[in-house]
Structures are given as structure tokens and as C-alpha cells.
Design a protein around this ligand. Structure first.
Ligand SMILES: Cc1ncc(COP(=O)(O)O)c(C=O)c1O
Length: 475
């Protein structure tokens, strides 16, 4: 470990502040926790004591010159980026700023269709013309996941005017693809690759984790530190590598999409998460891998109502995927796990995703006992035949049926699902998690999509659409 990585400048500045007997004539109103609801005081106290703001010595995220700058530079050194920015409004804010910084109104951009909604929101705000790429179907996982260099090349040949390519790496389930070749192809067109690496902040730890896009040619890479590393929720990093990104535009949009009162506990958790990753030793890694082997064994043997998908070199070992069996859906399995206070990350029609932390934190014997209870309940559960979802077949390349500029001028109406087919969707329909749209805003709704949403609803999927059980907004 580089000796400077031992430092945690922002966290240490907050600790020093806590040592002083300070009187705050400044916001926030809780005055270092001295003015606060008695009901929450005990739990919140230690955090409130460092919940400061831009007072002397604590720098300013939006014009960093002091401890925040130092903390960002240490993160950049660890991740081997050219510049790293702390984000306090999640990867969502970094993606919005990234899209706006590389896209001008009317620009064509190439986008993986299975992207997070924040990319689509950014494209809408930018007034871009997206060309969506259908990801590859992977037989071993039964999912549509990554893209390959050939399809990117074909898309860029057809759309050589494109100003950027947006990719998601890894997917939610931790699966990666050959990012290096993809970046080489894109760079032949002298445009940047923006990578949503929300689920890959720990990849920098090296094998057996897949490589990070930072080392594979990505130009702008955004990572949710809070997802797979120990950072507070909403804490993320944005990394820039190379010369293709206009950092003055990026800086401007980071100010547009982030709070002018960024949370210091959040930012300090980014300083600490970088320190945690930089201090991760080979011994920690082998300890973790032994723990993961044990964990996999416990899950694999616990029940015949699921099978554990094998992980390969393309898979993040911190993600375990269960495949529901015995006529149950992934949603049903997840529901019973939750009833036993075992909280999976996500469920789909057929699968349940579990994420693991970087330090062993569970007693495997106790987990085994809990899973035996889960198995007993699943045995008793009336088995519903899985309602199968018609997988809509999307074209290899797809553009929107109405562009964002026109959509902003049109008014929309709410229709019941039975009237939705063939209408143009006016609100993306988004099962959550994972937050990836099933129907895009601006695309013509197909019958298969209508059937698919209805089947997902019957299976118990949650959506981020308030009236999804009744219908959809259309143009
Ligand atoms: C692939 C992907 N990208 C981006 C995001 C947004 O990240 P954040 O929650 O940090 O804003 C998510 C969140 O689930 C995600 O799964």
C-alpha cells in the first residue's frame, strides 16, 4: 500500500473538529447534535457531531482546495484515474452530469438498452438521440446482459456521427464483458466511453474480481461506493481518465445535479471507503474467498427450491444468484426469505440476487439454521405455477419512435393496459429494483410488453410507476 493511502484527510479534519469545544452560529440547525429531537438523539448523536458544513478548515466540494481536494486526490491515486470526484447524490447525479457533459442537443449516442434509468433521464435532459443496443442473451445465466465489440462496431459504422457510447459494466448481477475490446473499437471513432460501474467499485482490488473499466479504456467511470464497498448510501465516485472529457462542462453539471450543501458524513465515508479498499490485504482477500466458499455451500445445499448459479471468471464473486425451482418464482422465494429476515438485493421472475460484503460478517451455522426454516416454509407454501413473462424481442438497434424534443411538446393521456399496445409510451415503465426500464419513454408499446408488465405484476414485482396496476401514460 502506498504510504500516503494511510491518510484520511477529510475524516481526520472532522475528528479534529469534534475534539474542539465548538459553538455553531452556522447551519445546520441541529448545531452538532445539541438541538435535536430527544427520540432520535441517542442513535444520531455521533453522526450529528460531524455533520458539519463548509466552515473554516472543511473545504467546499464545489471548489475543492483543501481537505476534500486531498481526499479526492488520494482516491484518484488508489483508483489510478486522472481525476476523481466525490458524489453525494449517488451515481445517479454522476451519470446525469456525465451525460450532459458529453452530449449536446440532437447528438446521436449509443446506449445499452438495459441501462439504469438515470442514463435515460440524462439523455432526455440533454435532448439526445439515443440508438439503443440490445444486449447479448447469455444462456448460462438466462439473462440479457452485456454487449460485444462487434455490435458496437456495427452501431458506430451506421452512426459514425455518434458523440459518445454509454455502457453498464458489470450488470446488476455482477457479470462483465470484454470492455477492453469495446473501448478500443469506440476509440477508433475518437469518442468517449462512459461507463456506469455502479456495481464495480471493488474491482480495483484485482483478481478474483473482474478488472475495472478504469483500466480497460473507460473515459468516464461512475461507481456507487455505497453499493459494494463500505460507504454510506448515496456516496459515489466519478473518475475521469484521458483527454476525451471536457472537465469544465463536467464540473458545471456536477454543480447542477448535486446539493450545494453536501453531507460531510457522506463525503467522509468516501474517504474511509477508499482507505478501506487501499488497506485490503492478500490475507483479507483469502479470508473473504474462504468465507464466500462457505456461504455458497450453505446456500447451495439449503433447499431444493433454488439452485445456485455457478460463478465464472466473468462474474463478481460478491454476487450470488439463486435460480428458483419447484414451480416457484424468484419473487416467491424472496418473499419467504424476507419473512425470515434474510433480505436479498433483488428478485426477478426466475432469480434471486444476493450481495456479499467485503469482510465476512455472518455466522454460517446460524444462516444454515435460518435457511432450514425458510425451506420448511417453502415446502408448505402452495406452489403456484410460475406465470411466465413473454420476453419482448427488441431489435438489435432501436431508436425512439418520438424524440425527446417532440415529446416535450406533446401532451399525454392515461390509458388502461388493454388500450396501451401500439401507443407511444410517455413514462418509462420501470421494475424496481433493478431500475432498468421494461418500456422506454418514447417507444411504441408492443403487445408482448403489455403482457410482460401484467405477468410481472401478477408475480408481485414492484414498479416505480404509481398507477402501473391500472395502466400507463401514453402520447
Ligand atoms: C446499474 C446502476 N446504475 C446506476 C444506479 C444508480 O446508483 P445510485 O443509487 O448510487 O444513484 C444503480 C442503482 O441501483 C444501478 O443499479
Amino acid at each position: 500500500m502506498n504510504p500516503s493511502q494511510h491518510k484520511m484527510p477529510l475524516y481526520e479534519a472532522l475528528l479534529n473538529l469534534k475534539k474542539e469545544e465548538s459553538y455553531s452560529f452556522h447551519v445546520p440547525g441541529h448545531k452538532f447534535g445539541t438541538v435535536f429531537s430527544e427520540s432520535g438523539k441517542e442513535l444520531f448523536q455521533s453522526i450529528l457531531e460531524v455533520d458539519a458544513t463548509e466552515i473554516a478548515g472543511l473545504d467546499d466540494l464545489h471548489a475543492a482546495k483543501g481537505v476534500i481536494k486531498e481526499a479526492q486526490e488520494l482516491a484518484s491515486q488508489f483508483f489510478e484515474s486522472d481525476d476523481t470526484y466525490f458524489l453525494v447524490n449517488g451515481t445517479t447525479s454522476g451519470i446525469l452530469a456525465a451525460v450532459l457533459s458529453v452530449c449536446r442537443p440532437g447528438d446521436t449516442v449509443i446506449v445499452q438498452r438495459n441501462c439504469h434509468k438515470s442514463i435515460l433521464h440524462g439523455l432526455e435532459l440533454a435532448g439526445a438521440q439515443p440508438v439503443f443496443l440490445m444486449p447479448d442473451y447469455e444462456k448460462d445465466t438466462g439473462r440479457y446482459s452485456g454487449v460485444n465489440a462487434e455490435i458496437i462496431n456495427e452501431a458506430l459504422k451506421q452512426h459514425s456521427e455518434a458523440s459518445a457510447v454509454f455502457l453498464t459494466y458489470p450488470d446488476y448481477f455482477g457479470r462483465v464483458f470484454d470492455m477492453k475490446r469495446v473501448c478500443e473499437v469506440v476509440h477508433n471513432y475518437h469518442i468517449p466511453v462512459v461507463v456506469d460501474e455502479a456495481h464495480g467499485v471493488h474491482f480495483k482490488l484485482g483478481l478474483p474480481f473482474p478488472p475495472s473499466a478504469i483500466d480497460l479504456g473507460g473515459d468516464l467511470i461512475i461507481q456507487s461506493a455505497h453499493k459494494m464497498a463500505p460507504a454510506m448510501t448515496m456516496a459515489s465516485y466519478l473518475h475521469v481518465k484521458g483527454e476525451k472529457i471536457d472537465q469544465s462542462r463536467l464540473n458545471y453539471y456536477l454543480q447542477v445535479f448535486q446539493s450545494s450543501s453536501p453531507s460531510y458524513p457522506l463525503m467522509a465515508s468516501l474517504d474511509l471507503a477508499r482507505h478501506y479498499l487501499a488497506s485490503f490485504t492478500q490475507a483479507d482477500k483469502s479470508n473473504l474467498l474462504t468465507y464466500i466458499d462457505g456461504l455458497r455451500k450453505v446456500w447451495a445445499e439449503a433447499s431444493s427450491y433454488w439452485g445456485l448459479l455457478p460463478g465464472g471468471y466473468l462474474d463478481d464473486p460478491l454476487k450470488l444468484t439463486l435460480e428458483a425451482r419447484g414451480g416457484l418464482s424468484g419473487f416467491q422465494v424472496a418473499e419467504v426469505l424476507e419473512a425470515h429476515h434474510l433480505y436479498p438485493e433483488l428478485a426477478t421472475e426466475k432469480q434471486v440476487l444476493l450481495t456479499i460484503g467485503l469482510t465476512p460478517n455472518m455466522n454460517l451455522h446460524k444462516l444454515h439454521e435460518r435457511l432450514e426454516e425458510v425451506n420448511c416454509q417453502l415446502k408448505k407454501q402452495l406452489k403456484n405455477a410460475t406465470i411466465s413473462v413473454d420476453q419482448p424481442l427488441f431489435p438489435k438497434f432501436q431508436t425512439l419512435d418520438i424524440d425527446y424534443a417532440e415529446m416535450s411538446l406533446r401532451s399525454s393521456e392515461f390509458v388502461e393496459w388493454r388500450y396501451a399496445a401500439n401507443r407511444i409510451c410517455a413514462e418509462a415503465v420501470i421494475p424496481y429494483p433493478p431500475g432498468i426500464p421494461f418500456i422506454l419513454k418514447g417507444e411504441r408499446v408492443s403487445k408482448e410488453q403489455v403482457n410482460g408488465v401484467n405477468a410481472l405484476l401478477r408475480q408481485g414485482a414492484s414498479f416505480q410507476n404509481v398507477h402501473v396496476e391500472r395502466g400507463i401514460w401514453v402520447f
